[in-house]
Design a protein around this ligand. Structure first.
Ligand code: PLP
Length: 390
């Protein structure tokens, strides 16, 4: 008979061996038992599957990595605790002091801050370029940067660089093309097939899909993922097992959610583009979008679930509009089941100066909308009543 202290200290260790769960259980463990020192060696050498310590190997995290590698068509994937951790961890594994990055001029605000304020302190310089302007891209590559960081569909203006054309321009030894594919998802675009070396995602968005988990992932071939895994492990920016499990659960319904949300976005974009309160609607599915032809060719007949639009009345109109919405919520994320809006000048791009925002086309009247999977009629009705109050 064991003592009360020993019973308490080992409580919960009797794992039932005869269960056959249909989906993976949550391995909310920080550590795993091993049989021998030889087994530890074999796990680290990759000679056997096995788990030791969750910051390095965890079943839920590895399941997520396997799913993401399949979805993006890479050898391997590395899961991170957030999209920003995936971007930071990947860049830290690919560049060193003295290297140069060429990055999109209208990248997500957090990525912009990472490059401008943090990587610059480590001696990595970034040149910002409009990736939709191939002449400017050619010029930027003349000095042979080590890495190009591109968003497949940009946030918030939903512009679309031609990844295939950029990959051809950048086809020189030692140049890595890294694509943040968060807004397209692998359903609309698989950048590795277009010449990218690494694909990044904030899985917080449509991959997780339910506003209940923060995460990120990098997908690439083994030559790069070895170092990216190392970066995630030593900087400790790995996801929690429950977060990985939630993300995999979200991914199961990704195709259904993406199809429905893209249909809704097209209906909303067409509605907005005909409204007098809206001076410009930005959506790759609209014929007046500058990369509409490319979007038709690349996105498999869908155009994404994100829309942004300029309210003619500027900040005042934006403020009245967000207050008047009833079903649609002001919430600065995207890719959820419900429709949300955000105001980039006050959220994702607030760290930029007003002049920098104007240069990028992010005015005070710009609203970004992430369409959800509600009925299109309900989304349009809510927007219509709110526009009347601007
Ligand atoms: N990449 C894009 C395109 C984003 O929109 C975001 C966040 O909004 C991120 C990366 C950062 O992701 P996370 O918030 O999961 O760190």
């Amino acid at each position: 008979m064991r003592s009360i202290e020993s019973i308490c200290a080992t409580a919960g260790e009797d794992v039932p061996s005869d269960t056959r769960p249909l989906t993976a259980p949550i391995y909310q463990n920080s550590v795993f038992e091993v049989d021998s020192l030889e087994q530890i060696d074999a796990i680290y050498r990759g000679a056997t599957d096995g788990y030791l310590y969750s910051r390095e190997f965890n079943p839920n995290v590895m399941i997520l990595e396997d799913v993401m590698a399949q979805l993006e068509g890479g050898d391997d994937a590395v899961a991170f605790s957030s999209g920003m951790a995936a971007i930071g961890g990947t860049l830290l594994s690919l560049v060193k002091a003295g290297d140069r990055i060429v990055a999109g001029s209208d990248l997500y605000g957090g990525t912009n801050v990472l490059l401008r304020q943090h990587l610059s302190r480590l001696g990595v310089e970034t040149e910002f370029v409009d990736f939709c302007d191939l002449t400017a891209v050619r010029r930027a590559f003349d000095d042979q940067p080590e890495l190009a960081l591109i968003e497949s569909i940009t946030n918030p203006l939903l512009r679309m660089p031609d990844i295939k054309a950029i990959s051809k321009i950048a086809a020189m030894p030692g140049v890595r093309i890294v694509v943040d594919n968060t807004l397209a998802t692998p359903l609309l675009m698989r950048p590795l097939r277009l010449g990218a070396d690494v694909v990044l995602h904030s899985t917080t968005k449509s991959l997780g899909g339910h506003s209940d988990v923060t995460g990120g992932v990098a997908v690439a071939n083994f030559d790069l993922t070895m170092d990216i895994h190392q970066s995630a492990r030593v900087w400790g920016s790995v996801p929690d097992p429950f977060a990985a499990w939630l993300t995999v659960r979200g991914i199961r319904t990704l195709p259904l959610r993406v199809d429905r949300a893209c249909e809704n976005a097209m209906a909303v974009a067409q509605f907005l583009s005909a409204r007098p309160e809206v001076s410009q609607a930005h959506y790759p599915g609209l014929p007046d979008h500058p990369q509409h032809k490319l979007a038709r060719k690349t996105l498999g007949g869908r155009f994404g679930w994100m829309i942004s639009f300029d309210l003619a009345g500027g900040l005042q109109a934006a403020s009245s509009f967000v207050k008047a919405l009833e079903m649609i919520k002001l919430a600065p994320s995207l890719g959820e089941t419900r429709t949300t809006i955000s105001h980039p000048a006050k959220t994702s791009h607030r760290s930029l100066s007003p002049e920098e925002r104007v240069e990028l086309g992010i005015g005070d009247g710009l609203i970004r909308m992430s369409c959800g999977i509600e009925s299109a009629a309900d989304i349009v009705a809510d927007i219509e009543q709110a526009l009347r109050k601007t």
